[in-house]
Design a protein around this ligand. Structure first.
Ligand SMILES: NC(=O)c1ccc[n+]([C@@H]2O[C@H](COP(=O)([O-])OP(=O)(O)OC[C@H]3O[C@@H](n4cnc5c(N)ncnc54)[C@H](OP(=O)(O)O)[C@@H]3O)[C@@H](O)[C@H]2O)c1
Length: 332
């Protein structure tokens, strides 16, 4: 249970990865702040080391996260230890590192190659394990060219495998099961199931890299109704896909549901966060959750979920029964 392979790539990873968005610190998309507020890089490095000590080998980052900062911090933490880690990063936008701005979509072959080089430089490595397209809504007509460039990068040894970070099953279909594609990264958690995407991953030998597995923190039980996130936190922004928080406050429908399933998630001595991760492993054998982590405590708690393993099928069914979606609900 503590190890998995990234789809059909043969790349072995821990069953749980570390999401590295938050440790990137501030970044903006137009006028919107899409980072998670200020970060303490020394604490981020300690968190990465704590995750490794607890058995985590997969790290998911992106050029966009802190416009290169997340990759640099990860590179710093992994200095001299590259072989112990599986590095997944993402590309697809131009970035202005000094202004901390995410700019336009850039997926022409020369853009993809430049992005690969820049990520390797920031991470302090000469190869990437998994290179993921970060533009979830890219015009599907452009996807084939991107895939061709990625195949060339595999042939040249710069990347071992690639994937697409998208919630759109039709787009995922253009990559899944072709060439050296090994993973689809998509939103998946106990409140946001995605049977169609999971079926695609299972059928085509892809890993389902489960992003926002803790509902951006809501599923850990750390928030109470009315709590307000600071304005410099992405969770306080008005974003179309932000189901977890509304106007900077936790979605009360989620909090209600969480209280209904709390006892099942915490069965056997798990914390709530560990239960939410256990749901993902139970949901499909191909899921690899990558909870966002920025402290040693979070690293140890989340990695500790691996020792408990997946929920049982009876617990899974009980959660379905207790939290059956209602009309107009969030569940996709
Ligand atoms: N488009 C994309 O490709 C995309 C989109 C979203 C995410 N991702 C990837 O998926 C990763 C995870 O998703 P996410 O960061 O959106 O959300 P998440 O993993 O659902 O939630 C992460 C947040 O939950 C809190 N947390 C984590 N462990 C905790 C614990 N044990 N106890 C209490 N609180 C805990 C932390 O927030 P606090 O520090 O504030 O407490 C953390 O930043 C990202 O880091 C990124 O690598 C990719």
């Amino acid at each position: 249970m503590t190890t998995k392979t990234v789809g059909n790539s043969g790349i072995a990873v821990s069953a749980l990865g570390m999401g590295c968005w938050a440790i990137g610190g501030p970044m903006r998309l137009g006028d919107l702040e899409v980072g998670w507020g200020a970060v303490d890089d020394d604490e981020s490095v300690r968190a990465i080391h704590a995750a490794m000590a607890a058995g985590v080998t997969l790290f998911d980052t992106a050029a966009n996260y802190g416009t290169g900062h997340s990759e640099r911090v990860l590179g710093r933490a992994l200095a001299g230890r590259r072989s112990e880690a599986v590095l997944a990063t993402k590309f697809g936008h131009r970035i202005d590192e000094s202004a901390r701005l995410i700019l336009d979509v850039a997926v022409e072959p020369e853009d993809v190659r430049a992005s690969c080089e820049a990520s390797m430089r920031r991470l302090g490595t000469d190869y990437l394990d998994l290179f993921q397209l970060h533009v979830g809504d890219l015009d599907p007509a452009r996807a084939d060219d991107v895939r061709d460039t990625l195949e060339s990068l595999v042939a040249e040894g710069s990347i071992r495998a690639y994937g697409w970070s998208t919630d759109d099953v039709d787009r995922a279909r253009r990559f899944a099961g072709t060439g050296t594609c090994a993973a689809i990264q998509h939103t998946l958690n106990v409140m946001q199931d995605d049977p169609e995407m999971l079926a695609l991953c299972e059928r085509t030998g892809m890993a389902s890299i489960a992003r926002s597995p803790l509902g951006m923190g809501v599923l850990t039980g750390m928030f109470r109704a009315g709590d307000r996130l600071p304005d410099d936190d992405v969770r306080a922004q008005r974003l179309e896909w932000m189901a977890y928080f509304r106007d900077g406050r936790p979605n009360e429908q989620w909090l209600t549901r969480l209280s209904q399933i709390r006892d099942v998630l915490t069965s056997g001595g798990r914390t709530l966060a560990q239960g939410a991760l256990a749901w993902l492993w139970a949901r499909s054998p191909v899921t690899i959750p990558i909870p966002g982590i920025r402290t040693v405590r979070q690293a140890e708690e989340n990695a500790g979920a691996m020792a408990f393993g997946p929920l049982t099928s009876a617990e899974l069914a009980e959660i379905d029964r207790l939290s059956a979606p209602v009309a107009g609900d969030l569940v996709r």
